[in-house]
Design a protein around this ligand. Structure first.
Ligand SMILES: Cc1ncc(COP(=O)(O)O)c(C=O)c1O
Length: 397
């Protein structure tokens, strides 16, 4: 289908919907769900909830295939909420230090649920032990192993864990033995420099080549580090429920590591614009939002109401949402996507006052913080509407 035809189809299917609205094209979404299964090889896949923020769609993925198993949550309060809603096997991917949040998790553990808190500092262990003692409940934790590569003049990766190699992992393990109610059940290492860095960006040939080279070197090095730490921990007698790694952008390399039992995937389901420029894969643009043309200040400029949902991370053009349909619609370089209005440059004949411009967010889950529901589309028509986290009254980060 050409982009022109896609615009005509979406307009017809979504005619009469109150704008702005967010949507998920289920045909494309389901294609992504099955392509991601193939890309993950024989590893289990944990769903990164931050990149979905919609419980109905998370359920849909879990039900699609039993290779999908468990959720990677972004906060402990979210994990406790999901647990109360019936989800299980919840890994909180970032550290929790608030006593109330650890307590909320402990309450779910007491009901027999599986939830893991992330740790990489003694301070985390002490806090968790304190709550575990008060609640008289052992609390399961996952060790976050730093997966960045440090080169002489470059830190290739993100700043997260202070457990950075076998020696620091061994020291951490020895500390852990002082906290009997804190039980190590998993290891996670997120190689952000492989999973989250695009390597086939338009017009950036030399930079792409350098990034790919750095990735190649880094992949070899982190695989060794992960295997060494996991093997050593197992030799100490730890029984791990999982060893987690990767993300949408790194499945081809993470799945090759024998030490890894499961990979994480979130962004690949909606496939926002940041995931358009990887050499190893292409997914379908499944999620987006529509803004309405409300003005036409010049012959080829159509100004829409709202639209400026800029993504988090290092400020840059790549964090701006992009017009998707109609084809060739473009942002104004001085105004971009604005808080209350977004002028669209367009030379074709499709746009007029009252018409929709379909936009794509640069990240996956953040879109759901702007809308209470997602319209679910199929070629045949609207299949239904589902609530986002925001629509369910939840706001975690
Ligand atoms: C710990 C962790 N694992 C995996 C991912 C990958 O998620 P996605 O598939 O949405 O890129 C992320 C993203 O930031 C993460 O922080």
């Amino acid at each position: 289908m050409t982009k022109q035809q896609q615009y005509a189809q979406y307009q017809q299917l979504l005619a009469g919907q109150e704008m702005p609205f967010a949507y998920v094209d289920l045909d494309k979404f389901d294609t992504n769900v099955s392509e991601l299964l193939k890309r993950a090889g024989n590893k289990k896949i944990r769903i990164a909830s931050k990149s979905m923020r919609c419980t109905a769609l998370m359920q849909r993925v879990l039900q699609a295939d039993n290779q999908y198993q468990g959720i990677m949550c972004f906060t402990a309060t979210e994990a406790a909420w999901l647990s109360r809603k019936g989800f299980d096997d919840l890994l909180v991917a970032y550290p929790t230090y608030q006593v109330a949040h650890i307590t909320a998790v402990a309450e779910e553990l007491q009901k027999g649920k599986k939830i893991y808190l992330m740790v990489d500092r003694v301070e985390h262990l002490a806090r968790i032990q304190e709550v575990a003692e008060r609640m008289n409940t052992p609390i399961a934790v996952c060790l976050d192993l730093d997966m960045s590569s440090r080169y002489p003049a470059l830190h290739f990766g993100v700043w997260r864990s202070s457990v950075q190699d076998l020696a620091t992992a061994q020291a951490f393990w020895r500390e852990l033995q002082k906290y009997p109610l804190v039980q190590l059940k998993g290891v996670m290492g997120y190689e952000a420099q492989i999973a989250g860095v695009a390597d086939q960006m338009k017009g950036q040939g030399p930079k792409n080549a350098i990034v790919r080279l750095l990735k190649k070197r880094s992949i070899k090095e982190i695989a060794k580090r992960r295997a060494a730490v996991v093997n050593w921990i197992k030799e100490q007698g730890a029984v791990l429920d999982f060893v987690n790694g990767g993300g949408t952008g790194s499945l081809e390399s993470t799945r090759e590591e024998a030490a890894v039992t499961e990979v994480t995937v979130g962004s690949g389901f909606y496939n926002p614009t940041l995931f358009d420029a990887y050499a190893n894969f292409r997914h379908e643009p499944a999620a987006g939002y529509a803004i309405e043309v409300v003005r036409q200040p010049a012959p080829h400029i159509y100004t829409c109401l709202g639209g400026g949902y800029v993504a988090s991370g290092m400020v840059g053009i790549d964090k701006i949402p992009q017009p998707y349909l109609p084809d060739t619609a473009a942002l104004n370089p001085n105004e971009m996507a604005g808080e209350v209005q977004t002028p669209i440059h367009y030379k074709g004949t499709e746009l007029a006052i009252g018409k929709p411009v379909f936009m794509r967010h640069s990240k996956a889950g953040e879109l759901c913080e702007r809308f209470e529901q997602l319209i679910l589309l199929r070629k045949q028509g609207i299949e239904g509407k589902v609530l986002t986290y925001r629509g369910e009254g939840q706001c975690f980060l």
